[in-house]
Design a binder for this molecule. Structure first.
Ligand SMILES: CC(C)(COP(=O)(O)OP(=O)(O)OC[C@H]1O[C@@H](n2cnc3c(N)ncnc32)[C@H](O)[C@@H]1OP(=O)(O)O)[C@@H](O)C(=O)NCCC(=O)NCCS
Length: 168
């Protein structure tokens, strides 16, 4: 039984393991990073959650004691764009198509709204059908296209879709 909870200090290792296994499987070919994450990243992720900042939070999907999905929201602390943040998401390939991405993103949107954010942004490669479907399903609207926004590992450029959801 997979449950969703807010990410916390100590989840770094599980989040990195989930991401690295996704990369290894070949199903994460449209993520912004194609580098396997390491111990340094674990420390950074844990530190981010430990700080408990308004504009840096996430939710994880957990099966037993294994993290099988994550959705993270990042925003600036101050300035004229402090009302908006960007979301990113990933589910472990063994758990695709079980609505985990949907549950994670819903949780993040609710929390972002609770924290007073107004605008949530997401970027997805045009060919990334699951991600595009997920964004549209949860009410994100297409605002534009970044021509050749992503360089994938076969050396080809793909356009990326810029999505936004206004929280009211
Ligand atoms: C995008 C991702 C998080 C979706 O997670 P998920 O738990 O499988 O998604 P859900 O089961 O909640 O499905 C969301 C919607 O997408 C659709 N979908 C999911 N996978 C799909 C696929 N392979 N092909 C077509 N549609 C798909 C589902 O049908 C669902 O729509 P519906 O409820 O109308 O049927 C997951 O595919 C993933 O981690 N991909 C790799 C990492 C990645 O690309 N991250 C984003 C970088 S921008």
């Amino acid at each position: 039984m997979v449950y969703i909870r807010q990410a916390q200090n100590g989840d770094g290792r599980g989040i990195i393991k989930c991401f690295n296994e996704g990369l290894r499987s070949g199903t994460y070919k449209y993520t912004g990073s194609n580098m396997y994450h390491n111990r340094r990243d674990i420390v950074d992720i844990d530190a981010m959650f430990q700080k408990n900042k308004k504009g840096a939070f996430g939710f994880v999907a957990v099966d037993g004691n294994k993290i099988v999905g994550v959705c993270i929201f990042l925003a600036k602390d101050s300035g004229r764009t402090r009302h908006r943040g960007e979301v990113s998401w990933g589910v472990h390939p063994d758990y695709f198509k079980h609505k985990i991405g949907t549950r994670l993103l819903k949780a993040v949107l609710m929390e972002a709204s609770k924290r007073g954010f107004i605008r949530v942004e997401a970027e997805s490669a045009k060919n990334n059908i699951p991600s595009t479907k997920l964004a549209k399903k949860l009410g994100f609207k297409l605002e534009g296209i970044k021509k050749r926004g992503l360089l994938i590992d076969n050396g080809k450029y793909v356009d990326t879709l810029m999505f936004c959801k206004i929280l009211t």
